[in-house]
Design a binder for this molecule. Sequence first.
Ligand code: AMP
Length: 397
Amino acid sequence: MNVLVINCGSSSLKYQLINMEDESVLAKGLCERIGIEGSKLTHSPAGKDKLVIEQPMPDHQVAVKLVLDALVDEKAGVIKDIKEISAVGHRVLHGGKYYSDSIVVNEDVKKVIKDCFDLGPLHNPANLIGINACEAAMPGTPQVAVFDTAFHQTMPEKAYMYAIPHEYYEKYSIRRYGFHGTSHSFVSKKLLEISGLDANNSKVIVCHLGNGASVSAVVNGKCVDTSMGLTPLEGLIMGTRSGDLDPAIVEFIANKEGLTVSEMLNVLNKKSGVLGMSGGVSSDFRDLDKAALEGNELAKLALEAFVYRVAKYIGAYTAAMNGVDAIAFTAGLGENDKTTRKNIVSYLGYLGAKLDEERNNIRGEEALISADDSKVKLYVIPTNEELAIARETVALI
Ligand code: AMP
Protein backbone atom coordinates (compact mmCIF):
# COMPACT_ATOMS: atom_id res chain seq x y z
CA MET A 1 0.00 0.00 0.00
CA ASN A 2 1.42 3.41 -1.02
CA VAL A 3 0.59 6.56 0.93
CA LEU A 4 1.26 10.04 -0.42
CA VAL A 5 2.14 12.54 2.31
CA ILE A 6 1.51 16.18 1.46
CA ASN A 7 2.68 19.19 3.45
CA CYS A 8 1.50 22.49 1.95
CA GLY A 9 3.06 25.73 3.15
CA SER A 10 1.91 29.16 2.04
CA SER A 11 4.05 29.00 -1.13
CA SER A 12 5.45 25.49 -1.02
CA LEU A 13 4.40 21.85 -1.22
CA LYS A 14 6.56 19.04 0.19
CA TYR A 15 5.66 15.43 -0.52
CA GLN A 16 6.75 11.86 0.01
CA LEU A 17 5.35 8.69 -1.47
CA ILE A 18 5.85 5.90 1.07
CA ASN A 19 5.46 2.17 0.51
CA MET A 20 3.83 1.12 3.77
CA GLU A 21 4.74 -2.57 3.37
CA ASP A 22 8.33 -1.76 4.39
CA GLU A 23 7.94 1.99 5.11
CA SER A 24 10.44 2.85 2.37
CA VAL A 25 10.33 6.23 0.63
CA LEU A 26 9.66 5.68 -3.08
CA ALA A 27 10.03 9.36 -3.96
CA LYS A 28 10.08 12.73 -2.31
CA GLY A 29 10.12 16.26 -3.52
CA LEU A 30 9.38 19.92 -3.14
CA CYS A 31 7.44 22.54 -5.09
CA GLU A 32 8.80 25.98 -4.32
CA ARG A 33 7.60 29.50 -5.04
CA ILE A 34 3.99 28.50 -5.72
CA GLY A 35 2.04 31.61 -6.72
CA ILE A 36 5.20 33.64 -7.29
CA GLU A 37 7.63 33.98 -10.14
CA GLY A 38 10.25 31.24 -10.52
CA SER A 39 8.18 28.20 -9.43
CA LYS A 40 10.16 24.98 -9.35
CA LEU A 41 9.49 21.29 -8.67
CA THR A 42 12.37 19.10 -7.53
CA HIS A 43 11.37 15.43 -7.63
CA SER A 44 13.75 12.86 -6.12
CA PRO A 45 12.83 9.24 -6.88
CA ALA A 46 14.66 6.54 -4.91
CA GLY A 47 17.50 5.08 -6.97
CA LYS A 48 16.84 7.26 -10.02
CA ASP A 49 17.96 10.65 -11.29
CA LYS A 50 16.30 13.78 -9.97
CA LEU A 51 13.73 15.56 -12.07
CA VAL A 52 13.63 19.35 -11.95
CA ILE A 53 10.73 21.17 -13.58
CA GLU A 54 10.72 24.94 -13.79
CA GLN A 55 7.34 26.18 -14.93
CA PRO A 56 4.73 28.56 -13.53
CA MET A 57 2.68 27.17 -10.62
CA PRO A 58 0.00 29.79 -10.04
CA ASP A 59 -1.58 27.78 -7.22
CA HIS A 60 -1.35 24.55 -5.20
CA GLN A 61 -3.77 22.82 -7.57
CA VAL A 62 -1.27 23.11 -10.41
CA ALA A 63 1.52 21.99 -8.06
CA VAL A 64 -0.42 18.85 -7.05
CA LYS A 65 -0.98 18.02 -10.73
CA LEU A 66 2.76 18.36 -11.46
CA VAL A 67 3.63 16.16 -8.48
CA LEU A 68 1.24 13.43 -9.63
CA ASP A 69 2.64 13.66 -13.17
CA ALA A 70 6.19 13.32 -11.78
CA LEU A 71 5.20 10.25 -9.76
CA VAL A 72 4.01 8.46 -12.93
CA ASP A 73 6.63 9.99 -15.25
CA GLU A 74 8.11 7.52 -17.71
CA LYS A 75 11.70 8.17 -16.56
CA ALA A 76 11.53 9.64 -13.06
CA GLY A 77 8.27 8.00 -12.00
CA VAL A 78 7.97 5.36 -9.30
CA ILE A 79 4.44 4.08 -10.01
CA LYS A 80 2.60 3.35 -13.24
CA ASP A 81 -0.76 4.84 -12.32
CA ILE A 82 -1.95 7.24 -9.61
CA LYS A 83 -4.46 4.53 -8.68
CA GLU A 84 -1.47 2.87 -6.98
CA ILE A 85 -1.77 5.59 -4.31
CA SER A 86 -4.10 4.14 -1.67
CA ALA A 87 -4.50 7.27 0.43
CA VAL A 88 -3.18 10.77 0.96
CA GLY A 89 -2.10 12.07 4.39
CA HIS A 90 -2.13 15.85 4.71
CA ARG A 91 -0.24 17.74 7.36
CA VAL A 92 -2.67 20.41 8.57
CA LEU A 93 -1.31 23.12 10.83
CA HIS A 94 -4.27 24.01 13.00
CA GLY A 95 -7.18 21.90 14.17
CA GLY A 96 -8.09 24.39 16.91
CA LYS A 97 -9.80 22.80 19.88
CA TYR A 98 -11.82 20.50 17.63
CA TYR A 99 -9.45 17.65 16.85
CA SER A 100 -7.28 15.68 19.22
CA ASP A 101 -6.65 13.01 16.57
CA SER A 102 -6.18 12.64 12.85
CA ILE A 103 -9.35 12.19 10.83
CA VAL A 104 -10.53 11.11 7.37
CA VAL A 105 -11.47 14.28 5.49
CA ASN A 106 -15.12 15.00 4.81
CA GLU A 107 -17.05 18.27 4.43
CA ASP A 108 -17.25 18.77 8.24
CA VAL A 109 -13.47 18.40 8.56
CA LYS A 110 -12.96 20.91 5.76
CA LYS A 111 -15.24 23.34 7.54
CA VAL A 112 -13.17 23.08 10.73
CA ILE A 113 -9.93 23.62 8.77
CA LYS A 114 -11.59 26.72 7.30
CA ASP A 115 -12.88 27.89 10.69
CA CYS A 116 -9.25 27.77 11.86
CA PHE A 117 -7.96 30.08 9.08
CA ASP A 118 -7.69 32.88 11.65
CA LEU A 119 -5.49 30.72 13.86
CA GLY A 120 -3.20 29.54 11.07
CA PRO A 121 -3.51 32.24 8.41
CA LEU A 122 -0.48 31.18 6.35
CA HIS A 123 -0.87 27.41 6.47
CA ASN A 124 -4.51 26.40 6.90
CA PRO A 125 -5.69 27.95 3.61
CA ALA A 126 -2.83 26.22 1.75
CA ASN A 127 -3.61 22.93 3.55
CA LEU A 128 -7.24 23.12 2.43
CA ILE A 129 -6.29 23.93 -1.16
CA GLY A 130 -3.96 20.91 -1.09
CA ILE A 131 -6.78 18.67 0.11
CA ASN A 132 -9.21 19.97 -2.51
CA ALA A 133 -6.60 19.64 -5.25
CA CYS A 134 -5.88 16.01 -4.31
CA GLU A 135 -9.60 15.21 -4.14
CA ALA A 136 -10.06 16.66 -7.61
CA ALA A 137 -7.09 14.79 -9.06
CA MET A 138 -7.78 11.49 -7.27
CA PRO A 139 -11.53 11.17 -6.80
CA GLY A 140 -12.42 8.40 -4.37
CA THR A 141 -8.95 8.15 -2.81
CA PRO A 142 -9.23 8.72 0.96
CA GLN A 143 -7.67 11.92 2.27
CA VAL A 144 -6.61 12.11 5.91
CA ALA A 145 -5.92 15.29 7.87
CA VAL A 146 -3.13 15.02 10.46
CA PHE A 147 -3.12 18.10 12.67
CA ASP A 148 0.06 19.66 14.06
CA THR A 149 -1.91 20.71 17.13
CA ALA A 150 -3.69 17.40 17.86
CA PHE A 151 -1.11 15.73 20.14
CA HIS A 152 -1.22 18.72 22.50
CA GLN A 153 -4.98 18.63 22.99
CA THR A 154 -4.51 16.58 26.17
CA MET A 155 -2.96 19.60 27.94
CA PRO A 156 -4.94 20.57 31.04
CA GLU A 157 -6.68 23.95 31.15
CA LYS A 158 -4.15 25.36 33.60
CA ALA A 159 -1.46 24.77 30.96
CA TYR A 160 -3.32 26.07 27.93
CA MET A 161 -5.24 29.08 29.20
CA TYR A 162 -3.63 32.53 29.00
CA ALA A 163 -4.06 34.96 31.90
CA ILE A 164 -6.11 37.40 29.82
CA PRO A 165 -9.83 38.27 30.05
CA HIS A 166 -11.82 35.05 29.66
CA GLU A 167 -14.09 36.61 27.05
CA TYR A 168 -11.28 36.38 24.48
CA TYR A 169 -11.21 32.63 24.90
CA GLU A 170 -14.97 32.46 24.56
CA LYS A 171 -15.14 34.81 21.59
CA TYR A 172 -11.98 33.90 19.67
CA SER A 173 -10.66 30.61 21.17
CA ILE A 174 -7.48 32.38 22.27
CA ARG A 175 -5.47 29.73 24.16
CA ARG A 176 -2.26 27.77 23.83
CA TYR A 177 -2.43 25.00 21.20
CA GLY A 178 1.17 23.92 20.61
CA PHE A 179 2.70 22.73 17.33
CA HIS A 180 5.13 20.09 15.97
CA GLY A 181 2.55 17.63 17.37
CA THR A 182 3.35 14.83 14.91
CA SER A 183 7.03 15.06 15.84
CA HIS A 184 6.41 15.17 19.62
CA SER A 185 4.01 12.25 19.30
CA PHE A 186 6.36 10.17 17.12
CA VAL A 187 9.44 10.82 19.27
CA SER A 188 7.74 10.37 22.65
CA LYS A 189 6.27 7.02 21.50
CA LYS A 190 9.65 5.90 20.21
CA LEU A 191 11.27 7.03 23.45
CA LEU A 192 8.89 4.89 25.51
CA GLU A 193 9.52 1.98 23.18
CA ILE A 194 13.33 2.04 23.35
CA SER A 195 13.89 3.23 26.91
CA GLY A 196 12.09 0.33 28.55
CA LEU A 197 10.05 2.77 30.64
CA ASP A 198 6.58 1.70 31.74
CA ALA A 199 4.35 3.60 29.30
CA ASN A 200 1.71 3.98 32.03
CA ASN A 201 4.14 5.33 34.59
CA SER A 202 6.45 7.61 32.65
CA LYS A 203 7.46 11.27 32.58
CA VAL A 204 9.41 12.35 29.51
CA ILE A 205 10.47 15.57 27.82
CA VAL A 206 10.91 15.92 24.05
CA CYS A 207 13.13 18.73 22.75
CA HIS A 208 12.34 19.34 19.05
CA LEU A 209 15.24 21.64 18.14
CA GLY A 210 15.26 22.73 14.51
CA ASN A 211 14.76 26.02 12.75
CA GLY A 212 11.41 25.97 14.54
CA ALA A 213 11.86 24.66 18.07
CA SER A 214 9.60 23.47 20.87
CA VAL A 215 9.65 21.35 24.01
CA SER A 216 6.89 19.11 25.30
CA ALA A 217 6.20 17.39 28.61
CA VAL A 218 4.59 13.97 28.24
CA VAL A 219 3.14 11.96 31.15
CA ASN A 220 2.10 8.35 30.45
CA GLY A 221 2.20 9.05 26.71
CA LYS A 222 -0.05 12.13 26.91
CA CYS A 223 1.13 15.69 26.39
CA VAL A 224 0.65 17.86 29.51
CA ASP A 225 2.46 20.99 28.35
CA THR A 226 4.35 22.38 25.38
CA SER A 227 6.25 25.56 24.70
CA MET A 228 4.50 26.92 21.58
CA GLY A 229 1.23 28.76 22.09
CA LEU A 230 -1.62 30.20 20.05
CA THR A 231 0.93 30.38 17.24
CA PRO A 232 4.42 28.90 16.86
CA LEU A 233 5.94 32.21 18.07
CA GLU A 234 5.87 31.39 21.80
CA GLY A 235 8.48 29.48 23.74
CA LEU A 236 12.07 28.74 22.77
CA ILE A 237 14.40 31.05 20.90
CA MET A 238 14.31 29.72 17.31
CA GLY A 239 16.08 30.30 14.01
CA THR A 240 14.17 33.49 13.27
CA ARG A 241 11.41 33.58 15.94
CA SER A 242 11.88 35.38 19.23
CA GLY A 243 10.00 32.93 21.43
CA ASP A 244 8.87 34.27 24.83
CA LEU A 245 9.14 38.00 25.43
CA ASP A 246 7.42 40.85 27.23
CA PRO A 247 4.44 41.73 24.97
CA ALA A 248 4.94 45.42 25.80
CA ILE A 249 7.98 45.31 23.50
CA VAL A 250 5.62 45.15 20.51
CA GLU A 251 4.11 48.57 21.19
CA PHE A 252 7.43 50.07 22.28
CA ILE A 253 9.33 49.19 19.11
CA ALA A 254 6.30 49.84 16.87
CA ASN A 255 6.08 53.41 18.21
CA LYS A 256 9.81 54.06 17.96
CA GLU A 257 10.19 52.58 14.47
CA GLY A 258 6.82 53.57 13.03
CA LEU A 259 5.78 49.97 12.44
CA THR A 260 2.29 48.47 12.43
CA VAL A 261 1.44 45.52 14.69
CA SER A 262 1.61 43.09 11.78
CA GLU A 263 4.99 44.52 10.72
CA MET A 264 6.17 43.98 14.30
CA LEU A 265 4.95 40.38 14.20
CA ASN A 266 6.88 39.93 11.00
CA VAL A 267 10.00 41.15 12.86
CA LEU A 268 9.32 38.69 15.72
CA ASN A 269 8.63 35.76 13.38
CA LYS A 270 11.18 36.30 10.62
CA LYS A 271 13.95 38.59 11.84
CA SER A 272 14.42 37.63 15.48
CA GLY A 273 15.62 34.44 17.17
CA VAL A 274 19.29 33.56 16.81
CA LEU A 275 19.32 35.44 13.48
CA GLY A 276 18.30 38.70 15.14
CA MET A 277 20.25 38.18 18.33
CA SER A 278 23.48 37.50 16.45
CA GLY A 279 23.16 40.84 14.65
CA GLY A 280 22.11 39.09 11.43
CA VAL A 281 24.87 36.46 11.20
CA SER A 282 22.49 33.58 10.35
CA SER A 283 19.48 31.56 11.43
CA ASP A 284 21.49 28.40 10.73
CA PHE A 285 23.32 27.05 13.75
CA ARG A 286 26.19 25.78 11.64
CA ASP A 287 26.97 29.35 10.53
CA LEU A 288 26.60 30.57 14.10
CA ASP A 289 28.98 27.88 15.40
CA LYS A 290 31.54 28.95 12.81
CA ALA A 291 31.11 32.66 13.57
CA ALA A 292 31.35 32.03 17.33
CA LEU A 293 34.56 30.04 16.82
CA GLU A 294 35.95 32.97 14.82
CA GLY A 295 35.28 35.22 17.81
CA ASN A 296 31.91 36.77 16.94
CA GLU A 297 30.55 37.68 20.39
CA LEU A 298 26.93 38.13 19.30
CA ALA A 299 26.87 34.71 17.62
CA LYS A 300 28.25 33.25 20.86
CA LEU A 301 25.58 35.05 22.88
CA ALA A 302 22.78 33.78 20.60
CA LEU A 303 23.98 30.18 21.00
CA GLU A 304 24.27 30.56 24.79
CA ALA A 305 20.82 32.14 25.06
CA PHE A 306 19.27 29.40 22.90
CA VAL A 307 20.71 26.66 25.15
CA TYR A 308 19.76 28.55 28.33
CA ARG A 309 16.12 28.85 27.23
CA VAL A 310 15.90 25.11 26.45
CA ALA A 311 17.40 24.32 29.87
CA LYS A 312 14.85 26.62 31.55
CA TYR A 313 11.95 24.84 29.82
CA ILE A 314 13.33 21.43 30.83
CA GLY A 315 13.48 22.71 34.42
CA ALA A 316 9.93 24.06 34.26
CA TYR A 317 8.53 20.84 32.79
CA THR A 318 10.40 18.70 35.32
CA ALA A 319 8.68 20.76 38.03
CA ALA A 320 5.30 20.52 36.26
CA MET A 321 5.58 16.71 36.08
CA ASN A 322 7.28 16.40 39.51
CA GLY A 323 10.19 14.57 37.91
CA VAL A 324 11.49 13.33 34.59
CA ASP A 325 12.58 9.83 33.55
CA ALA A 326 13.95 10.52 30.08
CA ILE A 327 14.70 13.38 27.72
CA ALA A 328 14.88 13.07 23.90
CA PHE A 329 16.56 15.43 21.46
CA THR A 330 15.27 15.59 17.91
CA ALA A 331 15.07 17.66 14.65
CA GLY A 332 17.94 19.30 12.73
CA LEU A 333 19.89 20.59 15.69
CA GLY A 334 18.79 18.05 18.30
CA GLU A 335 19.79 15.17 16.03
CA ASN A 336 22.99 16.61 14.60
CA ASP A 337 24.64 19.03 16.98
CA LYS A 338 26.48 17.27 19.81
CA THR A 339 27.77 20.55 21.26
CA THR A 340 24.30 22.01 21.71
CA ARG A 341 23.15 18.76 23.38
CA LYS A 342 26.20 18.82 25.65
CA ASN A 343 25.64 22.45 26.57
CA ILE A 344 21.97 21.82 27.42
CA VAL A 345 22.80 18.78 29.55
CA SER A 346 25.45 20.83 31.40
CA TYR A 347 22.50 22.64 33.08
CA LEU A 348 20.90 19.40 34.25
CA GLY A 349 23.38 18.26 36.92
CA TYR A 350 20.77 18.94 39.62
CA LEU A 351 18.64 16.18 38.06
CA GLY A 352 21.51 13.73 38.16
CA ALA A 353 21.58 13.75 34.33
CA LYS A 354 24.99 12.74 32.99
CA LEU A 355 26.05 12.73 29.36
CA ASP A 356 28.37 10.04 27.98
CA GLU A 357 30.55 12.10 25.63
CA GLU A 358 31.46 9.16 23.46
CA ARG A 359 27.83 8.09 23.04
CA ASN A 360 26.94 11.73 22.33
CA ASN A 361 29.45 11.81 19.47
CA ILE A 362 26.85 10.87 16.85
CA ARG A 363 24.76 12.54 14.14
CA GLY A 364 21.29 11.77 12.93
CA GLU A 365 20.93 8.34 14.46
CA GLU A 366 18.88 6.89 17.28
CA ALA A 367 21.07 6.47 20.37
CA LEU A 368 21.23 6.53 24.13
CA ILE A 369 23.65 9.34 24.99
CA SER A 370 23.52 9.32 28.80
CA ALA A 371 26.05 7.58 31.04
CA ASP A 372 25.03 4.31 32.68
CA ASP A 373 24.78 5.99 36.09
CA SER A 374 22.71 8.95 34.81
CA LYS A 375 19.49 9.40 36.81
CA VAL A 376 17.70 10.62 33.67
CA LYS A 377 18.03 8.71 30.41
CA LEU A 378 19.04 10.93 27.50
CA TYR A 379 18.40 9.98 23.88
CA VAL A 380 18.80 11.24 20.35
CA ILE A 381 15.75 10.13 18.36
CA PRO A 382 15.48 11.25 14.72
CA THR A 383 12.02 12.56 14.01
CA ASN A 384 10.14 11.45 10.91
CA GLU A 385 7.01 13.53 10.53
CA GLU A 386 6.19 12.16 7.07
CA LEU A 387 6.30 8.56 8.27
CA ALA A 388 4.21 9.49 11.32
CA ILE A 389 1.60 11.07 9.01
CA ALA A 390 1.65 8.01 6.71
CA ARG A 391 1.16 5.65 9.68
CA GLU A 392 -1.74 7.72 11.01
CA THR A 393 -3.26 7.65 7.53
CA VAL A 394 -3.00 3.87 7.24
CA ALA A 395 -4.45 3.44 10.74
CA LEU A 396 -7.52 5.44 9.72
CA ILE A 397 -8.29 3.87 6.36
P1 AMP B 1 15.09 21.51 10.86
O1 AMP B 1 14.25 22.73 10.94
O2 AMP B 1 14.68 20.41 11.80
O3 AMP B 1 15.35 21.03 9.47
O4 AMP B 1 16.54 21.95 11.41
C1 AMP B 1 17.31 22.88 10.70
C2 AMP B 1 18.43 23.39 11.57
O5 AMP B 1 19.23 22.31 12.07
C3 AMP B 1 19.37 24.24 10.75
O6 AMP B 1 19.03 25.59 10.92
C4 AMP B 1 20.71 23.97 11.35
O7 AMP B 1 21.04 25.08 12.16
C5 AMP B 1 20.55 22.78 12.25
N1 AMP B 1 21.54 21.75 11.88
C6 AMP B 1 21.43 20.78 10.96
N2 AMP B 1 22.56 20.05 10.92
C7 AMP B 1 23.40 20.56 11.84
C8 AMP B 1 24.73 20.25 12.30
N3 AMP B 1 25.42 19.24 11.78
N4 AMP B 1 25.27 21.03 13.25
C9 AMP B 1 24.58 22.05 13.76
N5 AMP B 1 23.33 22.37 13.39
C10 AMP B 1 22.76 21.66 12.45
